[in-house]
Design a protein around this ligand. Structure first.
Ligand SMILES: NC(=O)c1ccc[n+]([C@@H]2O[C@H](COP(=O)([O-])OP(=O)(O)OC[C@H]3O[C@@H](n4cnc5c(N)ncnc54)[C@H](OP(=O)(O)O)[C@@H]3O)[C@@H](O)[C@H]2O)c1
Length: 244
Protein backbone atom coordinates (compact mmCIF):
# COMPACT_ATOMS: atom_id res chain seq x y z
CA UNK A 1 0.00 0.00 0.00
CA UNK A 2 1.53 3.37 -0.93
CA UNK A 3 2.04 5.39 2.26
CA UNK A 4 -0.05 8.23 0.80
CA UNK A 5 -3.06 5.91 0.73
CA UNK A 6 -2.77 4.89 4.38
CA UNK A 7 -5.03 6.70 6.84
CA UNK A 8 -4.64 6.54 10.61
CA UNK A 9 -7.79 5.35 12.32
CA UNK A 10 -8.98 7.50 15.22
CA UNK A 11 -8.52 5.78 18.60
CA UNK A 12 -12.23 5.05 18.98
CA UNK A 13 -12.49 3.25 15.60
CA UNK A 14 -12.15 -0.53 15.37
CA UNK A 15 -10.16 -2.50 12.81
CA UNK A 16 -13.52 -3.90 11.60
CA UNK A 17 -14.52 -0.35 10.72
CA UNK A 18 -11.17 0.36 9.13
CA UNK A 19 -11.42 -2.76 6.99
CA UNK A 20 -15.01 -2.04 5.97
CA UNK A 21 -15.11 1.59 5.05
CA UNK A 22 -12.19 2.57 2.85
CA UNK A 23 -13.60 2.33 -0.66
CA UNK A 24 -17.33 2.47 0.21
CA UNK A 25 -17.12 5.54 2.44
CA UNK A 26 -14.86 7.49 0.08
CA UNK A 27 -17.17 6.65 -2.82
CA UNK A 28 -20.17 7.77 -0.80
CA UNK A 29 -18.38 10.96 0.24
CA UNK A 30 -17.57 11.88 -3.34
CA UNK A 31 -21.09 11.11 -4.52
CA UNK A 32 -22.58 13.24 -1.74
CA UNK A 33 -20.37 16.26 -2.35
CA UNK A 34 -20.60 16.82 -6.10
CA UNK A 35 -24.03 18.40 -6.28
CA UNK A 36 -24.81 21.67 -8.01
CA UNK A 37 -24.96 24.34 -5.30
CA UNK A 38 -24.70 21.72 -2.57
CA UNK A 39 -22.16 21.33 0.23
CA UNK A 40 -18.70 20.19 -0.87
CA UNK A 41 -17.73 18.99 2.58
CA UNK A 42 -19.51 16.71 5.02
CA UNK A 43 -19.94 17.91 8.59
CA UNK A 44 -22.77 17.93 11.12
CA UNK A 45 -25.50 20.26 9.87
CA UNK A 46 -23.99 20.73 6.40
CA UNK A 47 -26.91 18.87 4.80
CA UNK A 48 -29.73 20.26 6.94
CA UNK A 49 -32.88 20.62 4.84
CA UNK A 50 -31.55 18.46 1.99
CA UNK A 51 -33.21 15.24 0.85
CA UNK A 52 -30.79 12.56 -0.33
CA UNK A 53 -31.96 9.42 -2.11
CA UNK A 54 -29.60 6.43 -1.82
CA UNK A 55 -30.36 3.76 -4.42
CA UNK A 56 -29.55 0.28 -3.11
CA UNK A 57 -29.25 1.52 0.46
CA UNK A 58 -28.29 -1.93 1.80
CA UNK A 59 -25.15 -2.14 -0.34
CA UNK A 60 -21.74 -1.32 1.11
CA UNK A 61 -21.53 2.11 -0.56
CA UNK A 62 -25.22 2.70 0.14
CA UNK A 63 -24.68 1.90 3.81
CA UNK A 64 -21.84 4.40 4.11
CA UNK A 65 -23.88 6.97 2.17
CA UNK A 66 -26.82 6.66 4.56
CA UNK A 67 -24.59 7.02 7.60
CA UNK A 68 -22.59 9.96 6.23
CA UNK A 69 -25.67 11.79 4.94
CA UNK A 70 -27.48 11.36 8.26
CA UNK A 71 -24.38 12.53 10.16
CA UNK A 72 -24.41 15.64 7.98
CA UNK A 73 -28.08 16.29 8.77
CA UNK A 74 -29.83 15.15 5.56
CA UNK A 75 -33.17 13.41 5.32
CA UNK A 76 -32.37 10.07 3.68
CA UNK A 77 -34.59 7.95 1.45
CA UNK A 78 -33.11 4.52 0.65
CA UNK A 79 -34.38 2.22 -2.08
CA UNK A 80 -34.12 -1.56 -1.60
CA UNK A 81 -35.27 -4.77 -3.26
CA UNK A 82 -37.00 -6.45 -0.32
CA UNK A 83 -37.71 -6.64 3.41
CA UNK A 84 -34.31 -8.00 4.51
CA UNK A 85 -32.51 -5.12 2.83
CA UNK A 86 -35.15 -2.68 4.09
CA UNK A 87 -34.26 -3.72 7.65
CA UNK A 88 -30.55 -3.17 6.95
CA UNK A 89 -31.08 0.29 5.44
CA UNK A 90 -33.26 1.25 8.40
CA UNK A 91 -30.62 -0.04 10.82
CA UNK A 92 -28.06 2.09 8.98
CA UNK A 93 -30.21 5.13 9.73
CA UNK A 94 -32.36 5.76 6.65
CA UNK A 95 -35.39 7.91 7.46
CA UNK A 96 -37.50 6.30 4.74
CA UNK A 97 -37.15 3.02 2.87
CA UNK A 98 -38.87 2.34 -0.46
CA UNK A 99 -39.01 -1.03 -2.22
CA UNK A 100 -38.19 -0.19 -5.83
CA UNK A 101 -39.61 -3.50 -7.05
CA UNK A 102 -43.12 -3.15 -5.62
CA UNK A 103 -46.06 -0.80 -6.05
CA UNK A 104 -45.39 2.73 -7.23
CA UNK A 105 -41.97 3.84 -5.93
CA UNK A 106 -42.25 7.24 -7.65
CA UNK A 107 -45.49 7.99 -5.79
CA UNK A 108 -43.97 6.82 -2.51
CA UNK A 109 -40.89 8.98 -2.95
CA UNK A 110 -42.97 11.99 -4.06
CA UNK A 111 -45.13 11.54 -0.96
CA UNK A 112 -41.98 12.05 1.11
CA UNK A 113 -40.32 14.66 -1.13
CA UNK A 114 -43.10 16.65 -2.78
CA UNK A 115 -40.69 18.92 -4.68
CA UNK A 116 -38.38 16.03 -5.50
CA UNK A 117 -35.11 14.90 -3.98
CA UNK A 118 -32.07 17.17 -4.03
CA UNK A 119 -29.59 14.48 -4.95
CA UNK A 120 -29.47 10.81 -5.83
CA UNK A 121 -26.59 8.39 -5.25
CA UNK A 122 -27.01 5.83 -8.01
CA UNK A 123 -25.63 2.29 -8.07
CA UNK A 124 -27.77 1.09 -10.99
CA UNK A 125 -28.32 3.98 -13.38
CA UNK A 126 -29.50 1.98 -16.41
CA UNK A 127 -32.46 0.27 -14.70
CA UNK A 128 -33.22 3.29 -12.50
CA UNK A 129 -32.92 6.15 -14.97
CA UNK A 130 -36.69 6.58 -15.33
CA UNK A 131 -37.23 6.47 -11.58
CA UNK A 132 -34.44 8.99 -11.02
CA UNK A 133 -35.81 11.38 -13.67
CA UNK A 134 -39.24 11.14 -12.05
CA UNK A 135 -38.13 12.10 -8.54
CA UNK A 136 -35.15 14.44 -8.97
CA UNK A 137 -35.73 18.07 -8.08
CA UNK A 138 -35.07 20.95 -10.46
CA UNK A 139 -31.27 21.50 -10.44
CA UNK A 140 -30.83 18.15 -8.70
CA UNK A 141 -27.73 16.01 -9.14
CA UNK A 142 -27.58 12.29 -9.86
CA UNK A 143 -24.17 10.95 -8.78
CA UNK A 144 -23.50 7.68 -10.61
CA UNK A 145 -20.94 5.33 -9.11
CA UNK A 146 -22.15 1.87 -10.18
CA UNK A 147 -23.31 0.09 -13.31
CA UNK A 148 -25.39 -2.66 -11.74
CA UNK A 149 -28.02 -3.82 -14.21
CA UNK A 150 -26.30 -2.48 -17.33
CA UNK A 151 -24.10 0.33 -18.55
CA UNK A 152 -26.23 1.95 -21.25
CA UNK A 153 -29.04 4.18 -20.02
CA UNK A 154 -31.76 5.85 -22.12
CA UNK A 155 -31.78 9.52 -21.13
CA UNK A 156 -34.84 11.66 -21.82
CA UNK A 157 -33.22 14.91 -23.00
CA UNK A 158 -36.40 16.97 -22.71
CA UNK A 159 -37.14 15.89 -19.16
CA UNK A 160 -33.56 16.43 -18.05
CA UNK A 161 -33.26 19.79 -19.77
CA UNK A 162 -36.44 21.00 -18.10
CA UNK A 163 -35.13 19.79 -14.74
CA UNK A 164 -31.61 21.16 -15.27
CA UNK A 165 -30.42 17.78 -14.06
CA UNK A 166 -26.74 17.32 -13.41
CA UNK A 167 -25.26 13.88 -14.00
CA UNK A 168 -22.00 13.31 -12.17
CA UNK A 169 -20.04 10.13 -12.83
CA UNK A 170 -17.21 9.09 -10.55
CA UNK A 171 -14.43 6.56 -10.19
CA UNK A 172 -12.18 6.56 -7.13
CA UNK A 173 -9.11 5.43 -9.05
CA UNK A 174 -9.12 8.54 -11.22
CA UNK A 175 -10.94 11.09 -9.06
CA UNK A 176 -7.71 12.75 -7.92
CA UNK A 177 -5.73 13.27 -4.74
CA UNK A 178 -7.59 16.37 -3.57
CA UNK A 179 -10.95 14.59 -3.55
CA UNK A 180 -9.46 11.60 -1.72
CA UNK A 181 -7.80 13.84 0.90
CA UNK A 182 -11.02 15.77 1.50
CA UNK A 183 -12.95 12.54 1.84
CA UNK A 184 -10.55 10.97 4.30
CA UNK A 185 -10.57 14.10 6.46
CA UNK A 186 -14.39 14.18 6.64
CA UNK A 187 -14.71 10.42 7.12
CA UNK A 188 -12.18 10.53 9.95
CA UNK A 189 -14.27 13.24 11.62
CA UNK A 190 -17.39 11.08 11.20
CA UNK A 191 -15.53 8.12 12.73
CA UNK A 192 -14.48 10.26 15.70
CA UNK A 193 -18.15 11.17 16.17
CA UNK A 194 -19.08 7.46 16.15
CA UNK A 195 -21.22 7.98 13.04
CA UNK A 196 -19.97 5.00 11.01
CA UNK A 197 -20.63 1.84 13.03
CA UNK A 198 -20.58 -1.55 11.30
CA UNK A 199 -22.14 -4.92 12.11
CA UNK A 200 -25.64 -6.34 11.53
CA UNK A 201 -27.22 -4.17 14.21
CA UNK A 202 -26.00 -1.14 12.24
CA UNK A 203 -27.07 -2.44 8.85
CA UNK A 204 -23.76 -3.91 7.66
CA UNK A 205 -23.37 -7.66 8.39
CA UNK A 206 -19.76 -8.82 8.69
CA UNK A 207 -18.60 -12.19 7.37
CA UNK A 208 -15.27 -13.21 8.88
CA UNK A 209 -12.72 -15.66 7.53
CA UNK A 210 -9.25 -16.58 8.80
CA UNK A 211 -6.37 -15.76 6.48
CA UNK A 212 -5.94 -19.45 5.61
CA UNK A 213 -9.48 -19.44 4.20
CA UNK A 214 -9.01 -16.45 1.92
CA UNK A 215 -10.34 -18.45 -1.03
CA UNK A 216 -13.64 -18.94 0.80
CA UNK A 217 -13.69 -15.22 1.53
CA UNK A 218 -13.35 -14.46 -2.17
CA UNK A 219 -16.09 -16.97 -2.94
CA UNK A 220 -18.36 -15.18 -0.48
CA UNK A 221 -17.77 -11.90 -2.33
CA UNK A 222 -18.41 -13.58 -5.67
CA UNK A 223 -21.63 -15.04 -4.28
CA UNK A 224 -22.85 -11.53 -3.40
CA UNK A 225 -22.53 -11.74 0.37
CA UNK A 226 -24.63 -8.96 1.88
CA UNK A 227 -22.40 -6.70 3.96
CA UNK A 228 -18.63 -6.89 4.21
CA UNK A 229 -16.31 -9.88 3.98
CA UNK A 230 -13.39 -9.52 6.40
CA UNK A 231 -10.21 -11.57 6.68
CA UNK A 232 -8.61 -11.87 10.12
CA UNK A 233 -4.85 -11.61 9.79
CA UNK A 234 -4.01 -11.29 13.49
CA UNK A 235 -2.48 -14.76 13.64
CA UNK A 236 -0.38 -14.11 10.56
CA UNK A 237 3.33 -13.43 11.15
CA UNK A 238 5.22 -11.86 8.29
CA UNK A 239 8.47 -13.60 7.42
CA UNK A 240 11.51 -12.14 9.18
CA UNK A 241 13.82 -10.41 6.75
CA UNK A 242 17.17 -12.24 6.79
CA UNK A 243 20.21 -10.31 8.04
CA UNK A 244 22.68 -9.40 5.32
N1 LIG B 1 -17.24 4.37 -8.97
C1 LIG B 1 -16.48 3.92 -7.99
O1 LIG B 1 -15.41 4.45 -7.72
C2 LIG B 1 -16.96 2.75 -7.20
C3 LIG B 1 -16.52 2.56 -5.88
C4 LIG B 1 -17.06 1.50 -5.15
C5 LIG B 1 -17.96 0.62 -5.75
N2 LIG B 1 -18.32 0.82 -7.05
C6 LIG B 1 -19.28 -0.07 -7.69
O2 LIG B 1 -20.52 0.18 -7.07
C7 LIG B 1 -21.29 -1.00 -7.05
C8 LIG B 1 -21.78 -1.27 -5.63
O3 LIG B 1 -20.67 -1.54 -4.77
P1 LIG B 1 -20.97 -2.06 -3.31
O4 LIG B 1 -19.67 -2.39 -2.71
O5 LIG B 1 -21.86 -1.10 -2.59
O6 LIG B 1 -21.75 -3.42 -3.64
P2 LIG B 1 -22.79 -4.24 -2.80
O7 LIG B 1 -22.51 -4.17 -1.35
O8 LIG B 1 -22.86 -5.57 -3.45
O9 LIG B 1 -24.17 -3.48 -3.05
C9 LIG B 1 -24.74 -3.37 -4.31
C10 LIG B 1 -26.18 -2.96 -4.08
O10 LIG B 1 -26.73 -2.60 -5.35
C11 LIG B 1 -28.11 -2.73 -5.20
N3 LIG B 1 -28.80 -2.78 -6.48
C12 LIG B 1 -28.61 -3.63 -7.52
N4 LIG B 1 -29.48 -3.33 -8.51
C13 LIG B 1 -30.21 -2.28 -8.09
C14 LIG B 1 -31.26 -1.52 -8.65
N5 LIG B 1 -31.74 -1.77 -9.88
N6 LIG B 1 -31.76 -0.49 -7.93
C15 LIG B 1 -31.30 -0.21 -6.71
N7 LIG B 1 -30.31 -0.91 -6.10
C16 LIG B 1 -29.77 -1.93 -6.80
C17 LIG B 1 -28.29 -4.01 -4.41
O11 LIG B 1 -29.40 -3.85 -3.58
P3 LIG B 1 -30.77 -4.62 -3.84
O12 LIG B 1 -30.52 -6.10 -3.80
O13 LIG B 1 -31.64 -4.13 -2.76
O14 LIG B 1 -31.22 -4.20 -5.21
C18 LIG B 1 -27.04 -4.08 -3.54
O15 LIG B 1 -27.36 -3.83 -2.18
C19 LIG B 1 -20.42 -2.10 -7.62
O16 LIG B 1 -20.76 -2.26 -8.99
C20 LIG B 1 -19.02 -1.54 -7.49
O17 LIG B 1 -18.16 -2.06 -8.47
C21 LIG B 1 -17.84 1.86 -7.77
Amino acid sequence: MPAANVVKLPDNASFDQGASLGVPAITAHRALTVTEGGPQRLAPGAFSGRIVMVAGGAGAVGHAAIQLARWAGATVIATVSGPEKAALATAAGADHVVNYREGDPVAQIRAIAGDGVDQILEVAFAPNVKLDQAVIKNHGTIAIYGDNGGDVAPLDLGVNAALNTRLQFLLLYTVGEDALATATADITAALRDGALPVGPEHGLPLHRFPLAESARAHAAVQNNAIGKVLIDVAAFKSPVRPER
